[in-house]
Design a protein around this ligand. Structure first.
Ligand code: 6PG
Length: 235
């Protein structure tokens, strides 16, 4: 299967704070445009720590929350209230504090384990078309969501929308992830990349190396919001 052809737009910022401010404004602008267009805004959330500041900024933003529909790009197989759950971070930073109806926040039931949670979330997504926006992070090894080097990324057109992950190199080992193909079915894809540890992954990505992040190939291309220091030539 040939690696998907990805169009990347690189947006650099001096600090994570300025990056988060810009990303938040983009999200709010896209949300209003989607709601004006279709009466709803569907967004897939990134896990990890990089999006936390964006979620905190969204918490204090004024948005048409009743028309927001929230999904998750991946989840760690842990109890619902575990501090390492991506959903717990998003709830505490943002979702518990705004008026998005809980019925419109679609958690991945990863406490059921990879296989059962994958089956359940596949059903959840059956009635969902193209996402309006997908947020993603980048791991130091080039992973995104829970798509890791040396594992199945789900890049075939026929790939299932949701993948069970049993041996993640980033703990915990058991996870659930949307596939690269499903994450690419989006009007907009925004990567949020902060931290010096990502420098090698960014260099490889920009050199054209096939990494999980470069397998996310929506028709409109992807926007990578990254700290400027990640583009500096190796010192
Ligand atoms: C996860 C995330 C993962 C994350 C990257 C970056 O569950 O761990 O989905 O893909 O986005 O590992 O993590 P940081 O933002 O914490 O660097």
């Amino acid at each position: 299967m040939p690696h998907p052809v990805q169009t990347c737009r690189w947006h650099t910022y001096p600090t994570p704070g300025e990056l988060s401010q810009a990303a938040t404004q983009n999200i709010l602008r896209s949300a209003q445009q989607a709601i004006d267009r279709n009466g709803r805004f569907s967004i897939v959330l990134a896990g990890g720590n990089s999006p936390r500041q964006v979620y905190q900024l969204l918490r204090t933003s004024n948005a048409d929350w009743l028309h927001w529909h929230v999904y998750f790009g991946d989840e760690r197989c842990l109890p619902p209230q575990d501090t390492e759950r991506n959903s717990r971070m998003a709830n505490e930073a943002w979702l518990d504090h705004v008026a998005i109806p809980r019925s419109q926040i679609h958690l991945i039931p990863s406490e059921l384990g990879p296989q059962q949670a994958t089956e359940a979330y596949t059903k959840t997504l059956e009635t969902v078309g193209e996402f309006d926006m997908v947020l993603l992070g980048l791991g130091e090894d080039g992973h995104t969501a829970s798509l890791f080097p040396g594992h199945d990324w789900g890049i075939e057109q026929s790939a299932p929308p949701v993948l069970a992950v049993f041996d993640s190199p980033k703990p915990p080992p058991d996870r659930v992830s949307l596939s690269a193909t499903r994450l690419s079915q989006a009007h907009e894809v925004v990567f949020l990349v902060t931290g010096m540890g990502k420098k090698q992954a960014i260099t490889e990505w920009r050199s054209g190396k096939a990494i999980p992040a470069s397998a996310i190939a929506p028709a409109s291309g992807v926007d990578v919001y990254l700290e400027a220091l990640l583009l500096d030539p190796p010192g």
